[in-house]
Design a protein around this ligand. Sequence first.
Ligand code: SF4
Ligand code: SF4
Length: 348
Amino acid sequence: MIKIQTLKKNNRMSTQELLQTIYQKIREGECEFEIEACGQHDIGGAVRGKDGKDLEFYITNPGQRVGAMAMDGTRIVVEGSAPADVGWLNSGAEIIVKGDAGDTTAHCAAGGKIYIGGRVGTRSGALMKHDPRFEPPQFWVLKNTGSFGFEFMGGGIAVICGYGCDDMPSVLGNRACVGMVGGTVYVRGNVEGLAACVQQVKLDKLDKDFLKSGMPEFLSAIEKSELLDELLDFSKWSKIIPLPKEQKVQRIPVSEFRKTEWFEDGLFGDLVEDDGKVYTLAQEGEARIKKPVWDSKLCIGCDLCLNNCPQKAIIKDDKVYISKDEKCIGCGICAAVCPRQAWSLVKN
Ligand code: SF4
Ligand code: SF4
């Protein structure tokens, strides 16, 4: 076992120094590391042991992205908590955080197992995916998640045990599973504010069998085996899965989306003042962000601007070039093609 202390007196080893030290030791055939970190990033990720040896990392006080892009054959144990991006794009490692984990835990995870002994932050489990050639990724959390979890989840299995969260209105925070198209989120406890594209249903026998088989390993990893009976009482469990395609909510016009989702308790309801007016993508006239101004002293009359304006907004009147406000969208193509920089875009 190689021990690495990353802080000696006031000298902190940089992330690069630490990672290069680890890689060198792996090349020498080492495969077990105990790392006293002080915020260094990316520990345990994207490495394989020499000659196919398994790798083990025991880490305290890591920085972001512990086990990011970690490979099968890697086991990472974090004593205590870890900040954001634990197991980002995990490709097969077993990653255990005994305390809480930050935002975007298991983001994009594609394989392996991630076990969290506390809570996880927002957008955790987002974009999890499953390549059917491999086992699906698993993501187990003892307590709850922050909001916006499991956004655009495409596959894999998440298990949110809701331990000690009975008083919470939602153990998944708000707006979980937006855009979810695959995979399963098992959840124990209250859930509200789910996206309209998913359904919350009861567990069937296969679901219960899965939880029964996986729970002992999870609890053992986070050293909470005494909770087994409590967490395998299925009375508070349900699962969230995507709605079948035919039941999916129909697309709505942008104007309706803005009214019902964007504000009025929607995404940015309490942050922006908005008159709700829907603009077309490219604005003409008064609504342009920029407008072109022509300088007669620079122009050599080559007509390049005239011929390239996508709006046919430029007219030539006795060697004077004019951009018509009512047609111009402020795209700047006239300025870009002009060999003399006779057009300049100014704030409208
Ligand atoms: S800014 Fe675009 S639309 Fe306006 S005059 Fe120039 S090229 Fe035409
Ligand atoms: S491209 Fe420039 S130089 Fe040519 S006509 Fe237009 S403004 Fe004049």
